[in-house]
Design a binder for this molecule. Structure first.
Ligand SMILES: NC(=O)C1=CN([C@@H]2O[C@H](COP(=O)(O)OP(=O)(O)OC[C@H]3O[C@@H](n4cnc5c(N)ncnc54)[C@H](OP(=O)(O)O)[C@@H]3O)[C@@H](O)[C@H]2O)C=CC1
Ligand SMILES: CC(=O)[C@@H](O)[C@H](O)COP(=O)(O)O
Ligand SMILES: [Mn+2]
Length: 383
């Protein structure tokens, strides 16, 4: 039995993680959880899973929970400290980090210090502070198991392989909601259109990232840290069906790929059962004869500028990826609120990167400061 702490329980990954936990009651137990403000969903989850520790984003949501669960022995908390406490709650074996944004960084670091295995969906954590997270994990001999579908695919392809024999990682990309649009056609696209991902049902922020291809940029940086791979050996391949979740090419020119229907419960469950596998409940099996054809295309960096910025920031390193991530989080939030246009997202990121004076090998405090300043800078540009 593994005791699970789940951050971001009410979100897309959170709900699918709960589905995996519920389908294997003898394997997993939810002991601790956090969510933001969606108390209706939060209350449903608490009633079904009976966690011992619950943390929420703010006092108002905390008050609602306290008034709802007057008789139960649940420890309720809120704010950033609550999020950290949820991550390292007594007896937790695995932390599933499924919050969105760099708010997931400190809980991840604290969980590593407490020797808790990390099942990581929150890619922003590795983008903003990859060297700190991976060094700490090495020091404490803690595994960071990928939940992101592409990274889980690569991880699965690498089982039993020697990392020295890897020639390159090939990260597949659907191209997002606007994959068939030219750059000119991106002028004036709406939030509703951008949120309509062709293959995956996901949270709002990652769906917009997918449409700008920043998601793929973040994933390239995530792959760099997870697999200790130079950027020159990480390629992006457009594959509109999202059936091949990623590939690894080896020195002998063999390529191994991982395939499956687009269902995040597969990588979530693999991270929770690794190195073993369990049956997937109510999943749709992949029938290639039904699909017939798969398509592949080179990624065009002038069409997808965010992907270009991500490679450049990753290669420079230091605080550049922190700026990339923070500027993107602010710009996407503004787009979702209807304050800026779709193409304005990449302009804000470009300006933030241009203006930034890089700090090589930053400390955690420097990363937090750069994150804060970048967000402020972008907000000033928007207003
Ligand atoms: N969805 C997917 O298929 C995939 C997602 N990922 C990554 O996983 C992460 C989660 O994505 P996704 O599930 O789509 O996101 P969602 O927006 O669906 O969910 C985010 C979760 O985080 C909670 N949350 C947001 N802000 C805070 C905060 N400040 N404090 C505490 N909790 C907070 C939300 O709570 P509430 O809603 O209650 O406010 C919600 O539970 C992201 O990093 C994403 O890039 C990676 C691969 C695939
Ligand atoms: C499910 C998942 O892992 C997402 O990151 C997904 O890959 C988004 O798809 P694209 O970014 O390829 O459109
Ligand atoms: Mn992904």
């Amino acid at each position: 039995m593994k005791n699970i702490s789940l951050l971001g329980a009410t979100g897309s990954i959170g709900i699918q993680t709960l589905d995996v936990i519920a389908s294997h009651p003898n394997e997993f137990k939810l002991v601790s959880m956090s969510f933001g403000t969606n108390y209706q969903k939060g209350i449903e989850i608490i009633n079904k899973f009976h966690p011992k520790f619950v943390s929420v984003k703010d006092k108002a949501t905390y008050d609602i929970l306290k008034d709802t669960f007057t008789k139960e022995e649940i420890s309720f908390h809120y704010g950033e400290e609550g999020l950290i406490e949820a991550a390292i709650y007594d007896g937790v074996d695995v932390l599933v980090n499924a919050v969105v944004g760099s708010v997931g960084l400190i809980p991840t670091l604290r969980a590593i210090e407490n020797n808790i295995t990390i099942a990581l969906a929150n890619k922003e954590t590795l983008v903003t502070a990859g060297h700190i997270v991976t060094e700490l994990a090495k020091k404490h001999n803690v595994s960071i198991l990928p939940v992101d579908s592409e990274h889980s695919a690569i991880f699965q392809c690498l089982q039993g392989e020697n990392e020295k024999s890897i020639e390159r990682l090939i990260v597949t990309a659907s191209g997002g909601s606007f994959r068939d649009k030219t750059r000119a056609e991106l002028e004036g696209v709406t939030v509703e259109q951008a949120l309509n991902h062709p293959n995956w049902s996901m949270g709002a922020k990652i769906t917009i990232d997918s449409a700008t291809m920043m998601n793929k940029g973040l994933e390239v940086i995530e792959a760099h840290w997870l697999f200790n791979m130079p950027y020159e050996k990480i390629d992006v391949l457009l594959h509109k069906e999202s059936i091949i979740h990623s590939l690894v090419e080896f020195q002998d020119h063999s390529i191994i790929a991982q395939l499956g229907t687009p269902d995040m419960r597969v990588p979530i469950q693999y991270a929770l059962t690794y190195p073993n596998r369990l049956p997937l409940m109510h999943g749709k099996r992949l029938d290639l004869s039904e699909i017939g054809q798969l398509h592949f295309e080179k990624a065009d960096f002038s069409r997808f500028r965010c992907l270009q910025y991500a490679y450049e920031s990753g290669k420079i390193g230091g605080t550049m990826p922190t700026v990339l991530n923070a500027a993107n989080e602010e710009a996407v939030a503004a787009f979702l609120k209807g304050k800026i246009s779709f193409l304005h997202i990449e302009n804000l990121i470009e300006t933030s990167l241009e203006k930034h004076e890089n700090i090589a090998l930053p400390s955690l405090e420097q990363i937090q400061e750069v994150d804060k300043l970048t967000r402020r800078f972008v907000q000033t540009l928007i207003s």
